[in-house]
Design a protein around this ligand. Structure first.
Ligand code: 5GP
Ligand code: ZN
Length: 113
């Protein structure tokens, strides 16, 4: 989608610091990091939100978690990290191209804000 920020990042129209790329996924550093490690993992295919996900996309979405876990291992986040999907406006979703946040390098509180 030409008016989607993360599609434009996937297409290389907007530069980012890439952490991982393959045929189906891109992972890149968040522009406003909320932790020493803050990586966004996206499918290259445009899906707006977790709220739109259908059964056929389960394998594609599972890949986001697998890549996040691999990046966490590479970055030696052995004492823990947090994975977050913000879904729709009450959860603070600002970019409507599905993305998994990988946050690490500090302690996190629960419940989240
Ligand atoms: P959301 O609030 O939708 O879950 O997360 C969107 C994330 O995208 C935010 O953490 C925000 O900092 C990040 N972001 C917004 N615009 C850009 C950008 O142009 N480049 C990168 N790398 N991250 C962005
Ligand atoms: Zn998109």
């Amino acid at each position: 989608m030409s008016d989607c920020l993360f599609c434009r990042i996937v297409n290389g129209e907007i530069p980012t610091k890439k952490v991982h790329e393959d045929e189906r996924y891109l992972a890149f550093e968040d522009i406003h990091p909320q932790a020493p490690v803050h990586v966004l993992i996206v499918p290259k295919e445009h899906i707006a939100s977790v709220a739109e996900v259908v059964e056929e996309q389960a394998e594609l979405l599972g890949g986001l978690i697998t890549i996040a876990a691999r990046i966490a291992r590479d970055k030696k986040l052995d004492s823990g990290y947090r994975l977050v999907f913000n879904c729709q406006k009450d959860a603070g979703q600002e970019v409507f191209h599905i993305h998994l946040h990988l946050l690490g390098g500090r302690k996190f509180t629960w419940p989240p804000g």
